[in-house]
Design a protein around this ligand. Structure first.
Ligand SMILES: Cc1cc2nc3c(=O)[nH]c(=O)nc-3n(C[C@H](O)[C@H](O)[C@H](O)COP(=O)(O)OP(=O)(O)OC[C@H]3O[C@@H](n4cnc5c(N)ncnc54)[C@H](O)[C@@H]3O)c2cc1C
Length: 461
């Protein structure tokens, strides 16, 4: 029987392994992070190690994400680059059904008042994109992931936790396995096919592999900016219509693309630890609520010569921000940013929005982010305020930096196979082909389906 190694147990890797397991392949799923229970314990205990537990381990970044399930082929990446719309819809449906099987709500309609929001946005010079959406919630997601893991184990998928893939095995232009590392010891593992789904935690590793083996790749855009936090009252008219509303804005001064992303009503802002720098994110839970709504407000950056490397650029901005924040993310009131002065705990404490993340340094984002990004954020919030009044108030809290590396994408076929190297597939966020749970899962399914087809096996989707 043909063997497949899947690296990374986020949605990309898990859906690949799940479909391959269902198709009767011999599958090993390798994850460098810990199992669900260990991750949950670390996150509960907090501390320095919690940051990595958010993005690495069984379920990947998906496990402790907010679990907003966007059922649209053009949100969270663009599936239509790889498959026609009808196929994308079938693959989305497959992902949706597996989540429903493990407890997610069945219903997902576009709200009848979505048109009202569209009209309001248009009049304010911005665009609102209505989409079908569901919400699992970060406290419920681990149960969903555990359910899928259990089912996979039941069908014979071998799962290796705390095991890192450190290199590829290649022979005559074909991928033939990986080098694994556990507890300081390395061992080779052979396979007929390898699917790499390393997510954001492993995107740098993928870039190193591309450089080492001269695999063609290109840089995708970088999304960088801040996490905005306002009282629920400011956002609730909007989030009642759409839990995670997508607004697209072109700023007047720079004609840059700015968007809202990952809105969390009654949610929490968190810090992600990338080792050399920190970035922020947000989530909300089904059973634990704050009084604030947060959302990412991100500026899209494309670079051309002499530097196309958006990852390097993004990392250097984040490092500068982390240096200025003394190793922590920076928190600033919008009013202070506009006045060009740093925020202090004293000023933050007397404003009417209480931060949900206090493990931050009150400071000046103007010292940390390029002026163009600051211009886009300030102007973009003023434009958004025409649709969501109050979002650009003095007390509005900005945490930074927030960064989404959708960076390096190895040149892949429509089946996710790396060009120049047979039987090596790259899927999910780390491979630059997705930017969300469902799209990552779908890219995993596309790779798995191709492998099953080559082995003459039937695919469930
Ligand atoms: C706080 C937060 C909130 C989010 N909210 C949402 C949301 O509401 N909706 C949404 O659609 N998306 C959300 N996202 C994004 C979503 O989680 C990701 O898009 C998705 O998880 C990407 O899936 P993936 O499989 O590509 O990678 P990941 O989920 O990042 O998983 C990759 C896994 O690979 C492992 N890995 C990396 N390198 C190696 C290696 N060399 N060897 C072994 N293992 C390795 C990592 O440890 C990790 O567990 C959120 C993300 C975060 C962090």
């Amino acid at each position: 029987m043909a063997k497949v190694i899947v690296v990374g147990a986020g949605p990309g890797g898990m859906f690949a392994a799940y479909l391959l397991g269902k198709g009767g392949m011999e599958v090993t799923l390798v994850e460098m992070g810990e199992g669900i229970n260990e991750r949950m314990a670390k996150i509960k205990a907090g501390g320095n190690t919690a940051g990595m537990s958010y993005i690495s381990g069984m379920g990947g970044s998906g496990t402790f994400s907010d679990g907003k399930i966007n059922l649209n082929p053009e949100i969270g990446g663009n599936m239509l680059e790889f498959v026609p719309k009808s196929d994308a819809d079938a693959l989305i449906d497959y992902v949706d059904k597996l989540f429903v099987k493990y407890g997610m709500d069945k219903k997902s309609e576009i709200h009848p008042r979505a048109r009202e929001l569209m009209r309001k946005a248009m009049r304010g010079g911005i665009k609102y994109i209505p989409i079908r959406q569901k919400h699992i919630g970060s406290d419920f997601l681990p149960k969903v992931v555990s359910g899928v893991v259990e089912e996979m184990e039941g069908m014979g998928v071998k799962i290796l936790e705390n095991t890192k893939a450190v290199d590829l095995l290649l022979s005559n232009g074909k991928s033939t396995g990986v080098v694994l590392e556990k507890g300081g010891k390395q061992e080779k593992m052979d396979a007929d096919y390898v699917v790499l789904a390393p997510g954001r935690a492993g995107s740098r590793w993928l870039l190193d592999l591309a450089a080492k083996y001269q695999l063609p790749y290109h840089y995708g855009p970088l999304d960088i900016g801040v996490r905005v936090e306002v009282p629920d009252e400011v956002m609730e008219e909007t989030t009642e219509i759409n839990w995670d509303p997508k607004f697209h804005i072109y700023t007047k001064k720079h004609d840059d693309f700015v968007r809202t992303f990952c809105t969390n009503p009654s949610g929490f802002v968190i810090t992600e630890d990338y080792g050399k720098f920190v970035s922020v994110n947000g989530h909300s839970m089904k059973n634990k609520h704050s009084n604030n709504t947060n959302f990412a407000f991100l500026v899209r950056i494309n670079l051309t010569e002499p530097l196309e490397n958006t990852t390097l650029y993004g990392e250097s901005i984040c490092r500068l921000a982390t240096t200025i924040g003394g190793g922590k993310a920076i928190l600033q009131r919008l009013g202070d940013l506009k006045k060009g002065k740093r925020s202090t705990w004293e000023r933050i404490n007397r404003s009417y929005v209480e931060p949900t993340n206090k493990n931050v340094t009150p400071g000046d984002l103007g010292m940390a982010l390029p002026a163009r990004i600051i211009d886009d954020i300030v102007e973009g919030l003023d434009m958004l305020a025409k649709t969501i009044p109050g979002v650009n108030e003095e007390s509005t809290l900005l945490y930074g930096p927030e960064v989404k590396f959708k960076s390096v994408r190895l040149d892949v076929s429509k089946k996710m196979e790396v060009k120049k190297l047979q039987n090596l597939f790259t899927v999910g966020d780390g491979a630059g082909v997705s930017g969300g749970i469902v799209t990552a899962g779908v890219t995993g399914l596309i790779a798995a389906r191709e492998i099953l087809g080559r082995e003459g096996k039937k695919s469930e989707v």
